[in-house]
Ligand binder design. Structure first.
Ligand code: C2E
Ligand code: MG
Ligand code: MG
Ligand code: MG
Length: 277
């Protein structure tokens, strides 16, 4: 909501509200200009495999550095891009960057299993998404097994033929899927079981409450349930040794979080993995 100028000196909180209003007002322009001026960048956050005792994959996360507002969180601009339709261009940009990385010689030496890429709910509904994605992969000589697509729990809960067809087509082509943000939406088990997820990602807002007595019980049982359904688990938001120890003991396969590394630019990521092996 717009904060009107009253002629009085603004308080710090009024000033912040105005800045936020201005930024949201400019967001479509910020996104378009970032697309044409190549100001989007893809960062990578390593994911640790407890069993293999090494970083076996990474999640690609988009970054936008605006000249005026600095780094703007994807949680702010992705919803705007979903409304305007710019998400299709952003999604393609991320896929192309990731495929170019996977196709590079430096990547091949890292011994990664795959890179996880977030798909927006809008992309999931796009007609012929599978062909579109395969066209990009083919152009870079990347195989479907070298990627893993993340779909949020909220998107997966939408009962839409287009979404189901896309996931089915891509699965038939050899693509694997992760369910992102588990524990934040309705955790609609009917939908989750119906769609072919290989991995479930436990959301940070869920895992960071591990020491809450009741939530601890929910978490332990959710982990056992997911394992019994033969799906693998990525624990998000692991920031401490204590959390790493706990979730390793609960036999979760994969750990992601600031404890190991924040999302970092491609060159830094390559150095990080080289130094760790
Ligand atoms: P997400 O897919 O659940 O990604 C995980 C988020 O948690 C990332 O935030 C990551 O930086 C953050 N994170 C990871 N480990 C820790 C930790 O130990 N502590 C804390 N405090 N945070 C941690 P980020 O990069 O700001 O992304 C936020 C969300 O924006 C993502 O959540 C995803 O939903 C969306 N997003 C990011 N990149 C893309 C993209 O390329 N395409 C689409 N469609 N969405 C994206
Ligand atoms: Mg994700
Ligand atoms: Mg996530
Ligand atoms: Mg999330």
């Amino acid at each position: 909501q717009e904060v009107p100028f009253t002629g009085d000196i603004m308080t710090a909180s009024e000033l912040l509200k105005r800045l936020h209003y201005d930024m949201m007002h400019d967001m479509d322009t910020i996104i378009e200009s970032a697309l044409s001026n190549k100001r989007f960048e893809v960062y990578y956050q390593p994911i640790y495999s407890v069993k293999e005792k090494k970083f076996h994959s990474a999640e690609a996360l988009i970054r936008l550095k605006d000249e005026k507002y600095g780094f703007i969180s994807p949680e702010v601009f992705i919803p705007v891009a979903e409304k305007s339709g710019a998400i299709h261009k952003i999604g393609d940009f991320v896929l192309e960057q990731v495929c170019a990385f996977i196709a590079s010689d430096e990547y091949k030496k890292l011994g990664m299993s795959y890179i996880e890429v977030n798909l927006s709910v809008v992309q999931c509904m796009q007609p012929k998404l599978a062909n579109h994605i395969m066209e990009i992969l083919t152009r870079y000589g990347v195989r479907p097994e070298q990627l893993n697509l993340e779909i949020t729990e909220t998107a997966a809960s939408i009962s839409q033929q287009a979404l189901e067809d896309n996931i089915k087509d891509l699965t038939n082509m050899g693509m694997k899927f992760s369910l992102d943000d588990f524990g934040t939406g309705y955790s609609n088990m009917q939908r989750i079981v119906k769609l072919p997820f290989d991995i479930i990602k436990l959301d940070r807002t869920f895992t960071e409450l591990y020491d809450n007595p009741k939530l601890g019980i929910v978490l332990t049982n959710a982990i056992n349930m997911i394992k019994a359904m033969k799906m693998k688990i990525v624990v998000e938001g692991v920031e401490t040794e204590e959390m790493l120890k706990l979730f390793s003991e609960l036999e979760c396969e994969y750990i992601q979080g600031y404890y190991f590394s924040k999302p970092i630019p491609r060159e830094e990521f390559v150095k990080f993995i080289q130094a760790s092996s």
